[in-house]
Design a protein around this ligand. Structure first.
Ligand SMILES: Cc1cc2nc3c(=O)[nH]c(=O)nc-3n(C[C@H](O)[C@H](O)[C@H](O)COP(=O)(O)O)c2cc1C
Length: 207
């Protein structure tokens, strides 16, 4: 069987049940599934087919733990940039922000973390890796594996590069923790089409 035939979930179901998964079971992801997910990633469109990307899949638990600590620091560094000093500043109740905060505590426990890197620092290379992220998440979803998109912060950049042997010329664009969901996949909440789409002119909303 090929990756193509293993990713057989209907596209509609895959798209409509893909949501951010931030809590994971500890069960490992089989290498064959991880390979399929990466194969899907490298099929993505990219500028001029230059493929200025590198996908670093972290499975080793000790490296994940170290990366998890750096991710935690990065998450809070980003919050500090927004004027948020600690958990007491984050409103209680269910929200993506609170879930993201919990993920920051548990990041290193995700069975696999894929670092989606650009092989150069420019905006062009960064833009070229973005479509691969959706391919990765859709392929993972088709295999019953969840994840979400996350970013680091310049405060930890040098240490992340040193930890993982990432060349100075490359950049980590996104980090995608992956695992079998604790909780379920499901529908997402989005603004209705007429609010965000139009035909022919900006002020001619789809009705
Ligand atoms: C550029 C970008 C950055 C994101 N950063 C984070 C993050 O740091 N932590 C996190 O938990 N989720 C992050 N997300 C995931 C979003 O919070 C999530 O896609 C959004 O809330 C919609 O979630 P849903 O698909 O479950 O409705 C990011 C998504 C994008 C596209």
């Amino acid at each position: 069987m090929t990756t193509e035939s293993r990713l057989s979930m209907p596209l509609g179901e895959t798209i409509y049940s893909l949501r951010a998964i931030r809590r994971f079971k500890p069960d490992p992801i089989p290498d064959s599934d991880l390979r399929d997910i990466l194969e899907a990633g490298i099929r993505a469109p990219n500028g001029g087919n230059a493929q200025p990307w590198h996908f670093l899949a972290i499975r080793d638990p000790e490296i994940r733990e170290e990366l998890g600590a750096l991710y935690h620091e990065a998450w809070w560094a980003k919050r500090k940039d927004e004027g948020i000093d600690g958990p007491e500043d984050i409103p209680p109740g269910k929200s993506p922000r609170r879930s993201a905060m919990r993920l920051a505590n548990e990041f290193g426990k995700a069975p696999v973390i894929i670092l989606v890197c650009a092989t150069s620092k420019g905006q062009g290379a960064m833009g070229s890796v973005i479509p691969s992220v959706q391919n990765i998440l859709l392929a993972a979803r088709a295999l019953g594996i969840g994840g979400t998109i996350t970013t680091l912060h310049r405060q930890v950049e040098e240490r992340v590069h040193r930890l993982l042997g990432i060349p100075e010329t490359a950049q980590v664009v996104y980090c995608i923790p992956l695992g079998y969901p604790r909780g379920s996949f499901g529908s997402t909440t989005r603004k209705p089409l007429p609010e965000v789409c139009s035909y022919d002119r900006w002020d001619n909303p789809i009705t």
